[in-house]
Design a binder for this molecule. Structure first.
Ligand code: GLA
Length: 382
């Protein structure tokens, strides 16, 4: 092992031991969640069809693994045992039945609850029932839990999430724990001690301003993310129709370089070819899933941020770069080697990760020409 690989292994070990001790989230989670497209209008058929589509579309082969049921599956608690019951109208066979089906396809099932007394949609929350809920989820075969923050009154997020975190660990079943307090109380400072990812913003909407807002909120906190505990600027809107494909390419490029969870939020049963191509771009996903787990950062802003250069170190020593043109007009962007921790005299290979094409060998800088309005170029420099 050479010195730089040894250094990488040591960094990884230190960061792993700092995170919640459930062995999960060694790379950002990849999957699908029902909320962005279906909101409350879900049922077991939709969830099972989505699992099927994840496999048949090629998304599973590209690395997507979790099928996550969001709000509105829970109905009531049994009066005597306090065990949570799924909505009998929409999940008549119960959640274990859905889990068995999802597992039979080689996928994992996620579920949703709330740290307060009720979920955001008014279904029963887990407050005071964390232990029994964790046991119930484990008995159903659940692999992932998202815990929301509605109806929590004066509770402290770290304290409440710690109760569920401990309860999940006590089940003995590995359950990925996704915190969703929308950035309340700076979860990037304490989130990794209790969960595997933590929302850093309010809800994303399927439009440019919402995407930009969530992106810019990440700028000051990109150094907090770590292996096992990822910053989560919310789920993907790719394919939902409110943005152009050029904009979705920027969304996916930036979420990838930021080690954000890649949780698709579109109808996987009805995707056009372009949507599928974005969601399964293998060289872009490889950056997101890089073993070093170092979140990309905004390394240089040009014209007050209209053009942005995001950079990231990768485990093999190469650099990933997104040249992002947030302007409404076409623009060139020049990447300098000094932006990405290289000496200007170095000659480097440049590869276009969306085109999957070598662009040649450059010394000191690389100029990307004619990046469309709201568009991005994603590169690997090595
Ligand atoms: C909150 C969360 C969303 C979603 C809804 C469900 O708004 O932030 O991601 O889970 O609740 O009601």
């Amino acid at each position: 092992m050479n010195t730089s690989s040894l250094f990488i292994v040591l960094v990884a070990l230190v960061t792993i031991t700092a995170a919640v001790d459930n062995g999960l989230g060694l790379t950002p989670q990849m999957g699908w969640n029902s909320w962005n497209y279906f909101a409350c209008n879900i049922n077991e058929t939709i969830i099972m069809e989505m699992a099927q589509a994840m496999v048949s579309s090629g998304m599973a082969a590209a690395g997507y693994q979790y099928i996550n049921i969001d709000d509105c599956w829970a109905y009531s608690r049994d009066k005597n045992t306090h065990v949570i019951q799924a909505d009998p109208k929409t999940f008549p066979h119960g959640i274990a039945y859905v889990a068995d089906y999802v597992h039979s396809l080689g996928l994992k099932l996620g579920i949703y609850t709330d740290a307060g007394t009720e979920t955001c949609a008014g279904r029963p929350g887990s407050y005071g029932y964390e232990e029994i809920d964790a046991q119930t989820y484990a008995s159903w075969g659940i692999d992932y839990l998202k815990e929301d923050w509605c109806h929590t009154s004066k509770d402290v997020p770290l304290e409440r999430y710690a109760v569920m975190s401990k309860s999940l660990n006590q089940t003995g079943r590995p359950i990925f724990f996704s915190l969703c307090d929308w950035g309340t109380d700076n979860p990037w400072e304490w989130g990794p001690t209790v969960g595997n990812s933590f929302r850093t913003t309010g809800d994303i909407k399927d439009n440019w301003d919402s995407f930009m807002n969530n992106l810019m909120l990440q700028v000051p906190i990109t150094s907090y993310s770590m292996i096992g505990g990822w910053n989560d600027p919310d789920m993907l809107e790719v394919g939902n129709g409110g943005m152009t494909n050029t904009e979705y390419i920027s969304h996916f490029s930036l979420w990838s370089i930021m080690s954000s969870p890649l949780i698709a939020g579109n109808d996987l049963r009805n995707m056009d070819a372009q949507t599928l191509a974005i969601l399964t771009a293998s060289e872009v996903i490889a950056v997101n899933q890089d073993q070093l787990g170092r979140q990309g950062a905004l390394v240089r802003s040009i014209n007050g941020g209209l053009q942005q250069i995001w950079g990231r170190m990768l485990a093999d020593g190469s650099r990933a770069v997104v040249l992002f043109n947030s302007d409404t007009a076409t623009s060139d962007i020049q990447l300098l080697w000094s932006d990405i921790w290289l000496m200007s005299g170095q000659s480097m290979n440049v590869r276009d990760l969306w085109a999957r094409q070598e662009l040649g060998v450059y010394t000191g800088s690389y100029m990307a020409i004619n990046i469309p309005a709201h568009g991005s170029v994603m590169l690997r420099v090595y």
